[in-house]
Every structure is written in structure tokens, then in C-alpha cells.
Ligand binder design. Sequence first.
Ligand code: HEC
Length: 281
Amino acid sequence: MPVGPLIIAVAARSSPLKGENVKKSLILFVGMAVFAVVCVVIAGRSFAADVPLPPIGDLTPQIESYVNKLNEGIADLDGTKDYKADSDSLIKDASALMLVALAIGLSPEDSQYKKAVPAIIKACAGFKTAGTYAEAKAAVAGIAQATQESGDSSTLSWSKIVALKPAMKAVPVVNSGVSRNMRNELTLKKGIARVCEGTATLAVIVHGSIANADETIKPAEAELWKKQCELFRDMALETNKMAHDFEAGNVSFGTLRSQYDKLNESCDACHEHFVGGGQVN
Ligand code: HEC
């Protein structure tokens, strides 16, 4: 027997209240309990559904792509004298990979990597703390292995899982890839998949950075930081949607191009507040 009705039943027996009053309290109690359950369910749903995300089909290929990049990057560092000093770019890729994985884990859509997300995030976190080349090499192998694992994604949330600096450094790298394919209609037709994947990645890196307000130069302005991140995320999602429409033949190159120009302007909108000296691109 659930605890609530049990308490009411015991109260009813020992209470001097008349039967009618007990019945009223019981109805009130059950009503409140149902209301509470409904509230919890609604809150849980909207928490997940409130975050607009790109199509998961644009994120899934990024897992393999970042794992390959990390493998190539670690191979390039073979023989390095100072792993810590040389590992900046790898840490940046690992941070982007973590946020892409988190978005896959939290997406309402399914992906072959969904169950592997907790293991991928854990392996990347281990990689980021590697102090030597040997440790880093083993950790990269661990990330590749993690993509095959099967865990529980249901406990994931948009909490802080990366450091702000490497995540922000990943943004211009992804954006340059998109930019190269946006040069003209011909490059876009060839590179449309890269543009869809790149804009999706930009959206989730910046959304995932909302949790890092305390690491910005204005830690007291968490609300403004969140707003800037969301504005950029939504602009990236709009560009992503338009890129899919271009692929389907429903939107012209010119329209997509001007949307992409707007996306680039919104980089500066955030930098105006949160990067010392303003514009950096
Ligand atoms: C929500 C805010 C925000 C948005 C949107 C944003 N940036 Fe940044 N960006 C930052 C912050 C904060 C830093 C500084 C990170 C640090 O060094 O701690 C930064 C750093 C940079 C840097 C310097 C990286 C380095 O290697 O030192 C470049 C380049 C850059 N951003 C380009 C871009 C581009 C291009 C876009 C748009 C496609 C963009 N940013 C969108 C906040 C933002």
C-alpha cells in the first residue's frame, strides 16, 4: 500500500473527525499527490525537450571524425619532447567530441553511439588529464574503444563537462571548415554534408558551454552568457536547417549564404561582451 493513503487511513482511524471530513481530506490528498506527480513528469519532459538540438544524423558522423582526428593528432606528436605544450589542439578536439557526444546522449532521436556516450565522455576526460605522450596515446585508444561500449545515457544532463577555453577554441576550427565549403555554390554542393555537420557541431559546442559561465571574464553575468550562447545556438540551428533545405533544393545558395553571414556576425555579438578586446575573427 502506498505511504500516502496509509497515513490517511491511520489518521482516519485515530482521528475524531467525522467520516465526511475524512473523505474530503482524502480527496484533497489524492488530488495533491496526482498534481505533484504531473508536475514532476512535465518538469522532466520539458527539461529535455526545451533544448533545441540539430538532427542527430548530423552529429553521429562527428564521433568517428573526431576519433580519427585524435588518432592522427597523437600520431603526429610521436617523439614530442613536451607533450603538455604540444597537446592544445588535441584537447580542443576532445572537448568538442565530449559536447557532441553529450548532445547525442540527450537527443530524443536514436544513434548507434547513444549507449556509448557515458564511456566516451569518461574516456575523453581521462585523455585531457594525460600528462605524458604515452598516457595520451593509451587514452586515445581508450576513446576509440569507448565508442563500442554500452552504458546508460539516462543520467546525463547539460552540466559542465569541458573547460571553456578549449571548447571556445574548437569553435573557429569547426567554423573554418564550414566556411571553406560555403565559398560558392559548387563548393557547397560538394561539401553540403560538411556544412550540415559543422553547423550542428557549432550549435552543440556553444550550447554545452552555457554551463561554463563561471570561467568567462564576466562570471557575474551568467544570464547574459546564457543568452548569447542560446542566440548563437539558435542561429547555428537555423543555418543547419537551411543547409538541409538547400540540399533538398528548396533554398538558394544566396539565401543560405546570407544566413551564414548572419551566423558569423553573431560570433562578434558574444565576443563584444565576453572576449577582452572584442572581435577575434
Ligand atoms: C557565446 C559566446 C561566443 C560565441 C557565440 C563565439 N565565441 Fe569565440 N570566444 C568566446 C570566448 C569567451 C573566447 C575566449 C576563450 C578563452 O580563451 O578563454 C572565444 C575565443 C575565440 C577565438 C580565439 C581562440 C584562440 O585560439 O585563442 C576565436 C578565433 C573565436 N572565439 C572565434 C569565434 C567564431 C568564429 C565564432 C562564431 C562562429 C565564435 N567565436 C563564437 C565566446 C564566443
